[in-house]
Design a binder for this molecule. Structure first.
Ligand code: ATP
Ligand code: MG
Length: 156
């Protein structure tokens, strides 16, 4: 089914907003072609997991910024936070089942280590890919890219 990612992302943000009063949220739509073929409920789950992490791993607040844009013929979504960041040695593992960064030197933040595994599965099921750029104590940016083939033709 064709799914417009704009309302999907906006709904996720509205929901996550309810859980915090120390974060600001921004959603920036920089392309007109925001409709892909996919499963609306699974896509909602994907962005919920990413936005929820962005909030949870920013215990001091800050801005969670989401951008939709086209790059190299792909529809890309960035979820950026200003939180704890991820140590370089942990980056290759964060999408593994049950993997969690040891937070003992930081604050205790709960979780099961499944969120990003599910993210990766959903992205793959849509023919896309996900990666992350992160700097400790600065924040993280997760980028999801959907292939051109899954972008439905703009009609006008
Ligand atoms: P779950 O999502 O299953 O409740 P979780 O959040 O620990 O638990 P993942 O979402 O898979 O699991 O994330 C794996 C690990 O990657 C986390 O434990 C956390 O250390 C790190 N991580 C994920 N997203 C971020 C982020 N935005 N900023 C900093 N660290 C992150
Ligand atoms: Mg998580």
């Amino acid at each position: 089914e064709p799914v417009d990612l704009v309302p999907v992302v906006e709904k996720v943000v509205e929901t996550e907003k309810l859980g915090t009063d120390i974060h600001a949220f921004s959603v920036s739509i920089e392309t007109k072609r925001t409709v892909i073929r996919g499963d609306r409920e699974r896509l909602r789950q994907l962005f919920t997991n990413l936005v929820h992490n962005a909030v949870k791993y920013s215990p001091d607040g800050g801005t969670v910024a989401i951008r939709l844009y086209e790059h190299s013929g792909r529809l890309c979504v960035d979820v950026r936070d200003e939180g704890l960041g991820i140590p370089a040695e942990a980056l290759p593992h964060i999408f593994e089942k049950f993997y969690r960064v040891d937070n003992s030197d930081r604050r205790r933040i709960g979780g099961t280590g499944l969120g990003l595994t599910i993210v990766k599965e959903i992205v793959k099921a849509h023919g896309g890919e996900v990666d992350v750029v992160s700097e400790e104590k600065k924040g993280s940016t997760f980028t999801v890219r959907f292939p051109m083939a899954s972008i439905t033709q703009e009609i006008n």
